[in-house]
Design a protein around this ligand. Structure first.
Ligand SMILES: Nc1ncnc2c1ncn2[C@@H]1O[C@H](COP(=O)(O)OP(=O)(O)O[C@H]2O[C@H](CO)[C@@H](O)[C@H](O)[C@H]2O)[C@@H](O)[C@H]1O
Length: 479
């Protein structure tokens, strides 16, 4: 079965967040399931520079009249299709933001062009390959099913996966004529959303099926609290909405072979973590001490509950804990964390920025990872934590609720606990979970059991890839 995956970022070529991890790992996991997945992504300069022997296999003109080429390459085990369109992607900033951190004003054009190219590939643009199914990810690829619906390709099965309903790709109605779609596409059955053009809404409305990245988030987004204004539409499609929890690439994230950490280890050699802990403390200028070392690896945003971490910082230090934070994002949250570090030299360290190798050392060296997200479609850092013996302390929401087993009395007795959950997501709730973690940490046997139990969890893609594969087959059976 041939599947075209369409994504705006794919690890290891380009990554700003969890979407890249998923788009990079799923094709490899599906390979053993009889699915040949090719991945279409934009030719950003960072991507173009990494390509070895790309070759042009097709060309097309965007709906805005710009020339584009499709290049093919084999990269990091992935079968990559690049949309080489310098007018949209050859720029010096990131995938979505310019060098000053602002959205590119023509993001709508850039990602409409990506989706349009995907649709044309589904129509047969490539000389010797045509997908049986098209799988689009997030708002940046969400126009793919819209183009397919309104250009006569509605019989080709397509899926949209929502990795985060908060990012919707909304633009003013004035952009509509440039999209090259019939007027009817700007209606309630298509892109129109409160008078604006919403790429994600269009995708949710027109895709054959909608999936998201955990069963709990699939249920949550049917409610106004989590639906981000789209809960009505999500509800209308609830019978077609499925939550499949993400896995992780267990070869990239393997403490036994990880090249980015100071000492490699496994469940039977947890003591080796000490070396990583030491290296991490040095990296963050922290003094050694008996209490737990907590870490945070995250976009620094309201979604991730980073304000709760800043609020808990003084208390964590007072209780004898340490905190190492790696992240970038909201300037006010960065400032709050930096001032907590300034108040507590040697106890709190903050690195502002994006650093993939350091994120591995944090999972390998910290005792616990803090993830107090207000909503979390799946979350990957708790899965890395489980695999690395870095105990996750998480809000009970979305995929966090689905993947961490809370260390309540019953779960501890049954020896199934893997971390700490809390709800509601408030400063008090968070502090109670931290308090329980401090207590457990003070009993090395209890803590080691939590680590071991976490390391035993199957966080690989295997089961979920099988679910996607079966899901694809069920779509083909309907053609
Ligand atoms: N400063 C930094 N330096 C290095 N690495 C950093 C970093 N900040 C973050 N990362 C890495 O980026 C990834 C973030 O993963 P998350 O699951 O938190 O996804 P995110 O919220 O971006 O995406 C959305 O999509 C994913 C995928 O479906 C969902 O899991 C998630 O819930 C949803 O919000 C992880 O690999 C993490 O290690």
């Amino acid at each position: 079965m041939n599947v075209l995956s369409v994504a705006s970022e794919v690890f290891p070529l380009i990554k700003t967040g969890g979407l890249a991890d998923v788009a990079g790992a799923l094709p490899i996991a599906l390979d053993g399931q009889g699915v040949r997945m090719r991945t279409l992504l934009p030719g950003y300069p960072a991507v173009m520079q990494q390509l070895t022997r790309p070759h042009k296999i097709a060309s097309l003109t965007s709906t805005f009249g710009d020339e584009m080429r499709i290049l093919a390459a084999q990269q990091a085990g992935l079968d990559i299709l690049i949309l080489d369109a310098p007018a949209y992607f050859d720029r010096s900033g990131g995938p979505y933001l310019d060098v000053t951190g602002l959205d590119y004003p023509d993001n709508w054009k850039r990602f409409a062009a990506l989706s349009y190219a995907a649709c044309e590939i589904a129509r047969g643009l490539l000389p010797d390959w045509r997908p049986d199914i098209v799988h689009a990810h997030d708002w940046q690829a969400a126009m793919t099913p819209v183009y397919m619906r309104y250009t006569g390709l509605e019989r080709v099965p397509n899926i949209i996966t929502v990795h985060n309903l908060a990012f919707q790709g909304q633009f003013g109605p004035e952009i509509f004529p440039g999209l090259g779609l019939p007027q009817e596409a700007f209606g309630v059955e298509g892109l129109e959303f409160y008078g604006h053009v919403s790429f994600l809404k269009g995708g949710l409305r027109t895709a054959w099926e909608v999936t998201t990245v955990s069963p709990t988030y699939a249920q949550e987004i049917t409610t106004p609290d989590f639906g981000m204004g789209l809960d009505g539409l999500v509800n209308a499609r609830a019978h077609q909405l499925m939550g499949i929890v993400n896995g992780i690439d267990t070869t990239v994230w393997d403490p036994a072979t990880d090249p980015h950490i100071a000492a490699r280890y496994g469940a039977a050699s947890l003591r080796q973590r000490g070396e990583n802990r030491k290296a991490l403390m040095e990296r963050f200028d922290l003094d050694d001490g008996a209490g737990p070392l907590f870490c945070v690896v995250s976009r620094l945003t309201w979604q991730k509950g980073i304000d709760l971490i800043a609020e808990a910082a003084d208390w964590i230090v007072a209780e004898g804990g340490r905190l190492a934070v790696l992240g970038a994002g909201d300037a006010a949250l960065e400032g709050a964390l930096l001032s907590a570090a300034a108040r507590h030299p040697g106890r709190i360290g903050v690195v502002i920025g994006y650093n993939e190798p350091l994120s591995h050392l944090m999972q390998a060296g910290a005792d616990a990872i803090l993830i107090p997200s207000r909503f979390e479609p799946c979350g990957l850092t708790q899965l890395y934590g489980l695999r690395y013996g870095c105990v996750p302390i998480v809000a009970r929401t979305g995929g966090l609720a689905d993947t961490v087993i809370d260390a309540n009395e019953a779960a501890l007795t049954a020896r199934v606990a893997t971390g700490f959950q809390f709800a509601p997501v408030t400063a008090d709730g968070f502090r109670q979970a931290l308090r329980r973690a401090f207590t457990a940490f003070a009993e090395p046997k209890v803590w080691a059991r939590l680590q071991n139990q976490g390391m035993k969890c199957d966080v690989s893609w295997e089961r979920s890839a099988e679910r996607y594969s079966k899901f694809y087959s069920s779509l083909l059976a309907r053609v």
